[in-house]
Design a protein around this ligand. Structure first.
Ligand code: AP5
Length: 226
């Protein structure tokens, strides 16, 4: 099964994708994580992407679709992929169709996480991760069980993303509204979209997504959230 988790910054795409990866053996393909790894490694792609990412704008379609194509050639993706943060433009949606078709695969669902915009800044600005294993936390919604110690690896160092500040978040939201939200109707016309309430607590959102993947949910209905 190949699915897209679609939603604005802070909607919970990464949180839910990691859970699905652990629970279902699907592979999480996060273009944000891949680009951050390239930035950290100082590759030419990383050097090109860093300034754009720090400003909250979108990296070029060619770069991200190239990264996804390379990753889809690795055999671990054959059992199913969760696309997290990709596609983000109509051109990327077209590229993804081609990349999957070339490999004899197809999209099964596009799961839209519906959230209130006001909550997103709070979610993003409070977010931090373990510097050792990357496990995600939030100052209010998901603290480590033992203060100062990662639940997963016991690491004691935590970090924040450079683009997780209120000003950049506003640009990221604007990019989402202008370039990413318009791709939903393309998938709607193909009957692939399922909507999940991303404002519910993390466990409930996971259960709702699982219900979609297990065929226990209906096709969802439009809601006023973004
Ligand atoms: P990317 O890394 O994809 O960032 P994003 O889309 O802005 O999404 P986030 O990672 O901020 O949010 P999320 O939805 O994953 O939420 P999370 O689960 O962490 O992209 C970064 C940049 O890379 C882009 O701006 C762009 O420059 C570039 N880029 C990436 N992909 C690209 C592409 N395809 N094309 C072009 N450029 C690209 O949750 C957020 C917080 O909320 C966490 O602390 C979490 O614990 C908490 N939380 C999650 N769910 C809940 C819940 N239900 N209730 C309460 N708290 C919750």
């Amino acid at each position: 099964m190949n699915i897209i988790l679609l939603g604005p910054p802070g909607a919970g795409k990464g949180t839910q994708a990691s859970r699905l990866e652990a629970d279902r053996g699907m592979v999480q393909l996060s273009t944000g994580d891949m680009l951050r790894a390239a930035v950290k490694a100082g590759t030419p792609t990383g050097l090109q992407a860093k300034k754009v990412m720090d400003a909250g704008e979108l990296v070029s379609d060619e770069i991200v679709s190239g990264i996804i194509g390379d990753r889809l050639d690795q055999p671990d993706t054959e059992n199913g992929v969760i696309f997290d943060g990709y596609p983000r433009t109509a051109a990327q949606a077209t590229a993804l169709d081609e990349l999957l078709a070339e490999r004899g695969r197809k999209l099964d669902y596009v799961i839209e996480l519906k959230v209130d915009e006001d909550a997103l800044v709070d979610r993003i600005v409070g977010r931090f991760t373990c510097a050792t294993c990357g496990a995600g936390y939030h100052e209010r919604y998901k603290q480590p069980k033992v203060e100062g110690s990662c639940d997963v690896c016991g690491g004691h160092e935590f970090k924040r993303r450079p683009d997780d500040n209120a000003e950049t978040v506003r640009t990221r939201m604007a990019e989402y509204r202008a370039k990413t939200a318009p791709i939903l109707p393309i998938y709607e016309a193909r009957g692939l979209v399922r909507r999940v309430d991303g404002m519910a607590d993390i466990d409930t959102v996971t259960r709702e997504i699982e219900a979609v993947l297990d065929g226990r949910a209906d096709s969802g209905s439009p809601s006023p959230r973004i």
